[in-house]
Design a protein. Structure first.
Length: 435
């Protein structure tokens, strides 16, 4: 068995084993096991598995081809707990499927590992690794509560997902019954914790959410489907911003993937700014989410060299046959903007109908123009699902996505030209089983 899996499992069950005289309080299907200790501490153990099928069809001017993939999309175990002093809490979550949030086989099993402290009833401080508050709203949602089979392309293109650092959250009730929820994050700017050399500077950012009609029912602000069928309209609108000083990857999701040097062989890395606005609405089974995001970069003027993947150093920064350092650096980063709109309706029978439209706009020099992975401006998705319980204990979802390949895309490392127009049809089926 992989050593990382063994370590994660050992850490997970050690938390339970070292808890003082824990006794099971309750078990509800889909909501996990609850344990209480004699000293007032508590633990909640939850988890879920998501087997998934992907079918992809490519259509261009000459031929049609298809591919398929069967995999365990997620296999997650999570522990949430509090100490005898109820102001202290913690979370530990692992994914034993070996698949990252966006589908890359990274082998990173540790998702969340942080401690929290409630400074007051309104303000909490967290330290460790967790989903960041400076991404788009969809990243606030647990993967087992998604409205459609997968997250939007906006999320996979721009989000850093999880980061390591200091997080502060707040919740303030206004006199008219509305709420303000501010968030602050100070992280290493390299996604999940970098156990090797941490390159670049820190990332600082935050978010401000406004809820004009009060709080959502049963944490509904952090779940996509309106399983609670809100009896009065619930709405949240927010804005987020982040500044990453010296980033060594495409979007701040890793450390050391892309490194530049100056003439003194010192690291010289670009800054990365990301900001956006988003909203969510729920009412009597209907739910809607809208998101806009934009990213920009500042490239240092003293860059003279770059480190290749094999560790060698090059002074070549060719763009269209011309030495252009600024454009070359930008071309390796996720720069541009995107829109995502989705909505759906959950019938009382548990069936749901959902739809989504995502639009990406790449800057002139951006990795979003890469014909193999991106360079697809429009995504149209229709989905259907069946929830067997209101707590996401068991559900089945399917979706069909039409991908606009009119800009010319690559498949199987074939070279696409402006004369080759390739569209894609994606079919996805996923089952979620929670305990």
């Amino acid at each position: 068995m992989n050593k990382k899996i063994i370590f994660c499992l050992f850490s997970l069950f050690s938390i339970i084993g070292f808890s003082q005289s824990m006794q099971m309080e309750s078990y509800n299907f889909g909501e996990g096991l609850r344990f209480n200790g004699e000293s007032g501490n508590s633990i909640r153990l939850t988890g879920y598995a998501q087997p998934m099928i992907d079918l992809k069809n490519h259509t261009d001017v000459e031929e049609t081809s298809s591919s398929e993939r069967y995999r365990l999309r997620r296999l997650r175990l999570r522990i949430d707990g509090t100490s005898s002093n109820q102001r202290f809490g913690y979370r530990f979550q692992v994914d034993l499927s070996g698949t990252s949030e966006v589908g890359d086989n990274t082998g990173d099993y540790l998702l969340d590992a942080y401690v929290s402290y409630a400074v007051t009833n309104r303000i909490s401080v967290l330290f460790g690794q967790r989903a960041t508050y400076t991404d788009n709203r969809e990243l606030f949602m647990n993967s087992n509560s998604l409205q459609l089979v997968e997250r939007s392309r906006l999320t996979s293109a721009f989000s850093s997902i999880r980061e390591f650092g200091l997080f502060v959250t707040g919740r303030f009730r206004m006199n008219n019954g509305s709420y303000l929820r501010p968030y602050f994050a100070l992280t290493n700017g390299d996604g999940r914790n970098a156990f090797d050399k941490d390159l670049g500077g820190l990332k600082v950012g935050g978010r401000l959410d406004y809820l004009p009609f009060g709080l959502f029912t049963n944490l509904g602000q952090f779940r996509q489907i309106d399983v609670m069928r809100e009896q009065t309209p619930k709405f949240v609108i927010g804005a987020h911003f982040s500044h990453n000083s010296g980033m060594s990857s495409r979007r701040g999701r890793a450390s050391g993937e892309i490194i530049y040097l100056n003439s003194n062989d010192e690291e010289s890395l670009p800054d990365y700014v990301k900001y956006g606005v988003d909203f969510m609405l729920k009412y009597k089974g209907f739910s809607a989410i809208g998101e806009y995001i934009k990213s920009e970069a500042t490239v240092p003027e003293d860059i003279t060299q770059r480190i290749r993947n094999d560790g060698s150093i090059s002074t070549g920064f060719l763009v269209d046959g011309v030495q252009d350092i600024d454009s070359y650096v930008r071309g390796r980063m996720m720069l541009g903007e995107a829109y995502n709109f989705q909505m759906g309706y959950l019938f009382k029978s548990g069936f749901s109908l959902d739809t989504r439209y995502t639009h990406l706009i790449a800057d002139q020099y951006s990795f979003l123009n890469n014909a193999t992975f991106y360079n697809r401006p429009n995504y149209y998705t229709l989905g259907v699902g069946k929830l067997m319980s209101r707590n996401y204990g068991f559900k089945i979802q399917a979706s069909v996505t039409y991908v606009d390949g009119s800009l010319g895309v690559n498949h199987d490392n074939d070279t696409a030209t402006d004369e080759v127009f390739t569209d894609e049809i994606l079919f996805r089926l996923i089952t979620t089983i929670s305990f």
